[in-house]
Design a protein around this ligand. Structure first.
Ligand code: HEM
Length: 483
């Protein structure tokens, strides 16, 4: 039969476990791309195979064109079984339930639905701008408050879209539950974080056992996850009963279900809607937040780009601070701003390794002469694609002009939203919100370095975390209101 795709030598017991760095795994994988080519393999203890796809061609060939085989997700014991995140869209195995979930997502996040959410997204943008103007008055030397405010804006957008709930600040009960849930979720998905994901038998260890801290954590995660699902959902049901519910993901789907003439009425349970709604926060907040924080970092590091983008925005809206009613339809008129957004998505992809897929457990496959064993984990190395293209040596630099130049235009960065039947369901609302926030920031503020107590400019370098969501590590700057 066909050989496994090439890869570094394996230890007889540990496989390649020791070859994985603790953070920014994508950098190591991208180094291996030069050595091993478009498809490589690694192994984990217990003989599990990981296949890494390094080119967009390989990702499209397998995850898209052979989607019937490659749309499963790996089973993680801690996240799926013990913490109970298997009811999350993102981690759901392929099958009839996932297809139901994704249909609900398309119904409530597709093109016509996305337009209905523009007012709640606009509201989140306006509140961000107002808060940052105030922050500048109180602390003109700048600090890291904008990071918390960007996250809050992403939260407001999601809570508004999914439940029609207005969030004043991060101490809102639903937000606290959701943030606790997302922290468990992110931790459980860190590779190698829990031994139980490597030695599955440990899942039978009872919670009272010494060293079974992971069981107690899992119980806490289940409780938090349940509250995250239940409370905001119940709020929408109550508001609908009194006729006060604004249009939201949940209210649209619930009213569709209760309409007996709708062909969908019989196909869904309220429980499906509740679980799908809960999934959105965990999938949508970190990703949107990372992208917007990377955008601010880019403006801080590249004042010349900021000036050009501001000039384009001012030209279109008629001057600084005039963009408050920007809508996604304006994108067509702002080519340079589009290039800035594309370059941000490419330069710091929010999920640099995507979310792993899995090939079905019932059938092997062969690709480019190599065996892809049934049940292997398939990792699309999005980072490597973002570093591939003309002018390769410059691809670590932030340079939006490359998208406006035929001779060095990189691939369209939509690959940062994933592939095939598992492609991001929030892409449209995410792109709309990112556009609205970027225009509002450019039009309302100039991003400048923070000042020290003597009013001197603080030299700032920005680094990114190496975790699943590729987010800038806390840095300070000023968002100075424009006049
Ligand atoms: C810049 C923003 C975002 C980026 C870069 C992003 C990226 C991704 C990626 C890479 C995947 C995995 C696709 C795959 O498996 O091939 C994904 C899945 C998903 N995204 Fe997003 N996402 C973003 C925003 C959002 C938002 C705002 C929402 C919700 C409104 C959302 C909801 C989801 C869900 C539910 C899934 C799971 C789909 C499935 O497993 O079938 N995402 N996203």
């Amino acid at each position: 039969g066909a050989p496994l795709p090439p890869g570094p030598p394996r230890h007889w017991l540990l496989g390649n476990l020791k070859d994985f760095p603790r953070s920014k795994i994508w950098l190591r994988l991208s180094e291996w791309a030069d050595q091993y080519g478009p498809v490589m393999s690694l192994s984990l203890p217990g003989g599990k195979t990981i296949v890494v796809l390094q080119t967009l061609e390989a990702m499209n060939d397998l995850l898209d064109k052979r989607g019937a085989l490659y749309s499963d997700r790996p089973e993680t014991v801690m996240a799926n079984e013990l913490m109970g995140f298997s009811s999350t869209v993102t981690l759901k195995q392929d099958g009839p339930v996932l297809r139901r979930y994704r249909k609900l997502c398309r119904m409530a996040l597709g093109t016509s639905a996305a337009e209905r959410y523009e007012p709640v997204q606009q509201d989140a943008v306006t509140r961000f701008v107002n808060t940052m103007v105030e922050t500048h008055t109180r602390r003109p030397h700048g600090d890291a408050e904008f990071l918390a405010q960007i996250r809050l804006a992403a939260i407001r957008s999601i809570m508004g879209i999914v439940y029609g709930i207005q969030v004043d600040d991060a101490s809102h009960e639903h937000v606290k539950n959701a943030e606790a849930s997302i922290a468990f979720f992110a931790k459980a998905l860190q590779p190698g974080r829990y031994l139980v994901d490597i030695i599955h038998i440990l899942k039978y260890v009872p919670a009272w056992f010494p060293f079974a801290g992971f069981q107690r954590e899992a119980r806490e995660a289940r409780e938090v996850r349940e509250r995250q699902a239940e409370l905001p959902f119940r709020h929408v049901v109550e508001e609908m009963a009194t006729g006060r519910a604004p249009p939201s993901f949940v209210s649209l789907l619930l009213s569709d279900m209760s309409d007996t003439s709708s062909p969908d009425a019989e196909q869904y349970e309220p429980e499906d809607i509740k679980q799908v709604a809960r999934s959105m926060y965990n999938a949508g907040v970190d990703t949107t937040n990372s992208t917007l924080c990377s955008f601010v970092a880019a403006m801080l590091m590249h004042p010349n780009v900021q000036t050009l983008a501001q000039a384009e925005v001012d030209g279109f809206y008629g001057g600084p601070r005039k963009s408050q009613f920007a809508t996604p339809a304006d994108r067509a008129h702002l080519p340079y701003v589009n290039a800035v957004i594309n370059e941000t998505l490419r330069w710091q992809p929010a999920v640099a390794l995507g979310i792993p897929h899995r090939i079905v457990t019932t059938q092997d496959d062969v690709y480019k002469g190599y065996l892809i064993p049934r049940g292997s984990t398939i990792i699309p190395n999005i980072w490597n694609v973002s570093r591939t293209g003309p002018d390769k040596d410059t691809l670590n630099d932030f340079d939006p002009a490359r998208y406006l130049d035929d001779s060095r235009r990189p691939l369209d960065p939509s690959y940062v939203f994933g592939f095939g039947r598992r492609v991001c369901v929030g892409q449209l609302v995410a792109e709309n919100f990112i556009f609205m926030m970027v225009v509002a920031i450019l039009s309302s503020f100039t991003v400048l370095p923070a000042l020290d107590a003597d009013g001197e400019v603080v030299t700032t370098t920005v680094e990114w975390t190496g975790a699943m969501a590729n987010t800038p590590i806390e840095f300070r700057c000023r968002l100075v209101p424009r006049t």
